[in-house]
Design a protein around this ligand. Structure first.
Ligand SMILES: O=C(O)C(=O)C[C@]1(C(=O)O)C=C[C@@H](O)C=C1
Length: 259
């Protein structure tokens, strides 16, 4: 039987508080074991398709964060990153290929907060090396600096590029405002998380206006321009009519806002 009395308002002796903490932890442990058992079932249900489903991850974490009372979105995101990481490690041989500059501890914190600690990872000195190694594996995911500034690795994902079936599918960090610091790239399909920003590459700058949605120029490299466009769409036929090279190269789930 569940005791619904408020155990936080009265002062309880520490031994009693620890009995309550033990009770909650044992319940959590049982639920975590139950969740991990579902990893095998979900893998079977995917029957050979890619295991990493970033749109499901971000929509689920967004949904949970919206329903939390005491736990902040950052805490919810970190805890579920670990749970999903453990699930992915059980489901298949997914590996992260990371090329990020800056303080090593800072980079690993960024990666661990989004992908947990159960997925094997390798690091590389350049984005092109990380991308090529991720592309060479069935379940490879590259984690690269977000498009912008001098980087031009994203042109490999454009029409006529070397890896047109790779897509930008997630932003890091998951919690926080603005353009992400890093992005995750894989051959998994583009899908809506329910609140997204499309990443569309064009070679004719005016073509993007044909979508009639708010857009922002994020990066330029040679003839290629990368725009972010608010809201999910898989129909860019109006843009393609003006620029046959136009291509959706990614979809970023909207970041969660910290409260
Ligand atoms: O829903 C799935 O497809 C799952 O594999 C489950 C799960 C999860 O643990 O919630 C794990 C990995 C996916 O990237 C997304 C979600």
């Amino acid at each position: 039987m569940t005791d619904n009395t408020d155990k936080t308002s009265a002062i309880m002796p520490i031994e009693q508080v620890r009995v309550e903490i033990d009770r909650v932890d044992n319940a959590l442990l049982g639920l975590i074991a139950e969740r991990l058992e579902l990893a095998a079932a979900v893998r079977r249900a995917k029957s050979g398709a890619r295991v990493w489903r970033p749109s499901r991850e971000d929509s689920h974490v967004r949904d949970l964060s919206g329903r939390t009372g005491e736990a902040s979105p950052t805490l919810v995101s970190k805890i579920w990153a670990e749970l999903m990481s453990a699930s992915l490690a059980l489901q298949g041989p997914m590996r992260l290929h990371i090329a990020l500059e800056g303080d090593v501890l800072d980079v690993w914190t960024l990666v661990h907060d989004r992908f947990g600690r159960s997925i094997p990872a390798r690091s590389y000195p350049t984005a092109s090396a990380a991308l090529a190694n991720a592309y060479g594996e069935d379940e490879g995911v590259a984690v690269l600096p977000a498009p912008g500034g001098m980087n031009s690795w994203w042109t490999a994902l454009c029409a006529g590029g070397a890896m047109p079936d790779m897509h930008i599918l997630a932003g890091l960090p998951r919690v926080g405002a603005g353009w992400p610091r890093a992005v995750a790239v894989a051959t998994a399909d583009i899908a809506s998380s329910g609140a997204d920003t499309m990443l569309i590459a064009v070679t004719k700058p005016d073509a993007i206006k044909a979508l009639n949605r708010p857009y922002k120029l994020r990066s330029e490299a040679g003839d290629h321009r990368l725009y972010s466009v608010e809201g999910y769409t898989d129909d860019i036929s109006a843009v393609a009519a003006l620029d046959p090279q136009a291509k959706i190269i990614g979809c970023l789930p909207s970041p969660l806002s910290e409260i």
